[in-house]
Ligand binder design. Structure first.
Ligand code: CO
Length: 211
């Protein structure tokens, strides 16, 4: 029985297309991956990392979860960051959120969605950190969009606060953490200008000194 035949058909055509334009593409990639970027984004099907920045397989290492959250006890996300930074030696970590994020929207509501409530709690915490600013916005959509942006900024901080990133900086590594947001409505990325590339730019509270 062939299940999801359409996807296998697509795959064959895709692989043939790539091989036609670059015959040794897969052979080269099978030997090693050497991505310069780690992308931490939302699982939303409308925000596919490689397509948005028009990069081929092998060029971007990816971690996605609901609402692009980086939690300091999330072994999955931390393992991805560790591997990307220490083994692949990426130069850039991009946290990319998007406007209209369903996870952020759910966090703004005061009802239960089941298991995911625990995950969305972290976004409620972001809201609380900026409550005055957010509550002052009368337009609901504008408030929602700002929370999408503030969540990215918060997660950029969380990436920087990891011992993994701080260790890389301490050893003199060139590593920048960026915060971007994507618009599903027009396909355009916006830089939130919160790039951090050294320990002096993070809050003293989270600074980890090796000795
Ligand atoms: Co989303």
């Amino acid at each position: 029985m062939q299940t999801l035949k359409n996807l296998f058909d697509n795959n064959r055509k895709w692989a043939a297309r790539i091989k036609k334009s670059e015959p040794d593409f897969f052979t080269k990639l099978s030997r090693q991956q050497n991505p310069e970027y780690l992308w931490i984004g939302c699982s939303d099907s409308r925000v596919p990392s490689n397509q948005i920045v028009d990069l081929l397989p092998g060029e971007i290492f990816v971690h996605r979860n609901i609402a692009n959250v980086v939690i300091h006890t999330d072994l999955n996300c931390l393992s991805v960051i560790q591997y990307a930074v220490e083994v692949l030696k990426v130069k850039h970590i991009i946290v990319c959120g998007h406007y209209g994020c369903g996870g952020i929207k759910a966090a703004l509501e005061k009802r239960s969605f089941g298991l995911i409530d625990t995950w969305l709690r972290h976004i409620k915490d972001v809201y609380r950190h900026h409550q005055d600013k957010l509550d002052a916005i009368a337009d609901e959509n504008e408030r929602f969009n700002l929370l999408c942006e503030l969540n990215v900024v918060e997660q950029v901080g969380n990436v920087c606060h990891t011992s993994i990133v701080q260790k890389a900086w301490e050893s003199g590594r060139d590593l920048s953490v960026h915060g971007w947001i994507y618009s599903i409505e027009n396909g355009i990325l916006k830089n939130l200008d919160v790039c951090v590339d050294n320990v002096s730019d993070i809050s003293d509270t989270y600074e980890i000194k090796s000795s």
